[in-house]
Design a protein around this ligand. Sequence first.
Ligand code: CA
Length: 229
Amino acid sequence: MNRILIVEDERPIADIIAFHLKREGYETEIASTGTMGLEMGLDQKWDLILLDIMLPGMDGFQVLRKLREKITTPVLMLTAKEEEVDKILGLELGADDYITKPFSNRELVARIKSNLRRVNVLDKADDSRKNRIVIEDLTVDFDQYQVYKKDQNVELTLREFELLKYLIQNKGQILSREALLKEVWDYEYYGDIRTVDVTVRRLREKIEEEPANPRFIMTKRGVGYYFNY
Ligand code: CA
């Protein structure tokens, strides 16, 4: 059973989310402050964390930053409609996805399933098939879900890894941001193409020697991105 941590200070909202997720077969726990969310997020094993931004005391961004120092569990941020800038900041800090309030339960469950599906696929990857590529000082192990730069392990979030994997699988081919959003995020209706730009930027900072002058993930201005191989 998949376990989901709900970090949300507004109890009625948290309860409604928990109710719907339980009905879908998920196990849930609620943390009503940022500090509690951080503690529970690190102390227990979760399949996904739903993280509200506006929390008393430690806010969602601070919690996310701390979580990302230790774990790569998928984090879905809950943002308010007027927090446009916040969505982007959340992604920059390592959120995998976000959902804008007010959201329907159907939309929430769809986004959760999309994020969990990717984790489950990765968990079930067949270890006997050695599936890795080495390009100069970059090594990507698709089975182990590991990336190394100069033999040093690089910590990527699931989305960053999925994006890198998709770019490599389609190396040399220019991929539009819309296409990437659809393929990597599974977004058909709810997406924002800036999500792609932010994730590319984060990925470059992690794997490129000079993120501003990339060697691997190239920009085709006005079109999209491609993996240079
Ligand atoms: Ca709140």
